[in-house]
Design a protein around this ligand. Structure first.
Ligand SMILES: *[C@@H]1O[C@H](CO)[C@@H](O)[C@H](O)[C@H]1NC(C)=O
Ligand SMILES: *[C@@H]1O[C@H](CO)[C@@H](O)[C@H](O)[C@H]1NC(C)=O
Ligand SMILES: *[C@@H]1O[C@H](CO)[C@@H](O)[C@H](O)[C@H]1NC(C)=O
Ligand SMILES: *[C@@H]1O[C@H](CO)[C@@H](O)[C@H](O)[C@H]1NC(C)=O
Ligand SMILES: *[C@@H]1O[C@H](CO)[C@@H](O)[C@H](O)[C@H]1NC(C)=O
Ligand SMILES: *[C@@H]1O[C@H](CO)[C@@H](O)[C@H](O)[C@H]1NC(C)=O
Ligand SMILES: *[C@@H]1O[C@H](CO)[C@@H](O)[C@H](O)[C@H]1NC(C)=O
Ligand SMILES: *[C@@H]1O[C@H](CO)[C@@H](O)[C@H](O)[C@H]1NC(C)=O
Length: 377
């Protein structure tokens, strides 16, 4: 009797640890906690703040059907956004805008960052990455002011100099030390980032220096991307495309310790040389299997090409597919915890709202025609 109670006491801490380990999930899964940040595949919402829904009459410049908060709750862990300067007669402000703030203005950068921060604070076991496309040529100081206005401070992750210097001592890395002097191929586990409370990773494309805001990381010092300007499902390629220093040399990119970001979205021609996200083929583009250019097959091709799964996969209309299914498969995750289940439907003015959306689309097209022809991704 006594010895049984004693045995129970001895095994209690271990049992508790097991029980706790089972209920603690990092990025929606207990099995990801011990994995390094660069050894998991993060699902990315391309142009995260540019939402195409009833509120904007299904604006064709929108890349997602759900806002950034919903994206995060549904499993997205990388949010990309373009930043542009508003053109006001007084002083311009940094906004999240698609190509131009006259075309699609999703509001102040600080407000969008604040939305992300609110979600992060409410979800303490999640690591989230933000990728800002710096169309405004903002300096680190300008961007830091937006982060401060958003109330973001100690939640940001800054790679340690130790990791950076240990990475630079590896021979393959040293060959290109000048172009990627601040990068590191050594990343902590999700659990250690969560335990430290530094769970927001911030990349900027591009940033000449990050003086005064060392958490703002120049994207192409850490990441390489395949091509992104694809209009046909046969266009998808795994080959390194950016930065230019590794274009068409995937092996060099990998040897430098750069993390692969797989762009996987299609644009369509909408006239006047302008492109918009292709939503008519999206069920296949984001599909786990099926037709030409499906996400599952492309992910497998890139995994084989890189010798490991892509670190980031960036898609339009992330809910369709659902794209997260392919990411879960790459991560070997089947024990999902705390993720919101949302519709995988394609949405449009005809499916979700009255015909006013078409008028708005035409107005948008006209605006587009008289404006910038260069489409940032
Ligand atoms: C993580 O590491 C495992 C084992 O080496 C590998 O199979 C997998 O592809 C890696 N995933 C990523 C995203 O690096
Ligand atoms: C995001 O969308 C959801 C669902 O439509 C809505 O409830 C929520 O208020 C939105 N959040 C923000 C920050 O716009
Ligand atoms: C900003 O607005 C002014 C006045 O409307 C215009 O002349 C100028 O070309 C605009 N600049 C840009 C970059 O759009
Ligand atoms: C956690 O914080 C400690 C102390 O500041 C630091 O040495 C360590 O590198 C941090 N780890 C991570 C994963 O950020
Ligand atoms: C960093 O960038 C700022 C803004 O462009 C510039 O003023 C500063 O001289 C740069 N600092 C270094 C060390 O290059
Ligand atoms: C990369 O390869 C593609 C296809 O062969 C070619 O069109 C492109 O010009 C190459 N780019 C560079 C920078 O070499
Ligand atoms: C979207 O892509 C598919 C596949 O290439 C194509 O058949 C379709 O016409 C495109 N949609 C539009 C509106 O261009
Ligand atoms: C998510 O919703 C879909 C459609 O409503 C349903 O088929 C699926 O079983 C749900 N998945 C989970 C994990 O609840």
């Amino acid at each position: 009797m006594l010895s049984q109670a004693f045995k129970a006491l001895i095994f209690l801490p271990a049992a508790l640890r097991v029980a706790c380990a089972q209920t603690t999930a990092c990025n929606n899964s207990p099995s990801l906690c011990s994995r390094a940040y660069n050894n998991i595949t993060h699902l990315g919402a391309h142009d995260s703040p540019f939402v195409r829904d009833a509120a904007d009459d299904y604006d064709i410049a929108g890349n997602q059907y759900y806002n950034s908060t919903v994206q995060l709750s549904a499993g997205v862990r990388l949010l990309s956004a373009q930043i542009q300067m508003t053109n006001s007669t007084s002083s311009g402000q940094l906004h999240v805008c698609h190509t131009s703030c006259d075309l699609f203005d999703a509001g102040k950068l600080s407000d969008w960052l604040s939305e992300v921060n609110v979600w992060l604070v409410a979800n303490p076991d999640e690591v989230v990455t933000v990728l800002l496309v710096n169309g405004a040529d903002a300096t680190a100081q300008d961007l830091a002011a937006e982060y401060e206005a958003a109330g973001i401070s100690d939640i940001v992750y800054t790679p340690t100099s130790t990791a950076a210097s240990s990475a630079s001592t590896t021979s393959s890395y040293a060959a290109s030390a000048t172009s990627t002097s601040s990068s590191t191929s050594e990343w902590p586990t999700l659990q250690s980032m969560i335990s430290n409370g530094t769970r927001m990773v911030n990349f900027v494309a591009s940033l000449s220096n990050n003086t005064g805001a060392s958490y703002l990381l120049d994207e192409f010092s850490y990441i390489f991307e395949n091509s992104y300007e694809n209009t046909a499902p046969t266009d998808f390629s795994c080959a390194a495309n950016r930065p230019s220093s590794v274009a068409n040399d995937t092996e060099l990119a990998l040897n430098q310790g750069l993390m692969p970001l797989m762009n996987h979205f299609l644009d369509e021609q909408v006239g006047f040389g302008i492109q918009a996200p292709n939503d008519t083929y999206i069920a296949t583009t984001n599909g786990p299997s099926g037709g030409v250019g499906n996400l599952g097959a492309s992910a497998d091709e890139c995994t084989s090409s890189y010798g490991k799964a892509p670190t980031f996969i960036l898609v339009d209309f992330f809910n369709v597919g659902p794209a997260i299914q392919t990411v879960d498969r790459l991560n070997g995750v089947s024990d999902v915890i705390g993720r919101t289940n949302i519709s995988t439907s394609v949405m449009s003015a005809t499916s979700g709202a009255p015909a006013t959306g078409i008028q708005s689309g035409m107005l948008c097209l006209t605006l587009l025609a008289v404006m910038v022809l260069v489409v940032y991704w």
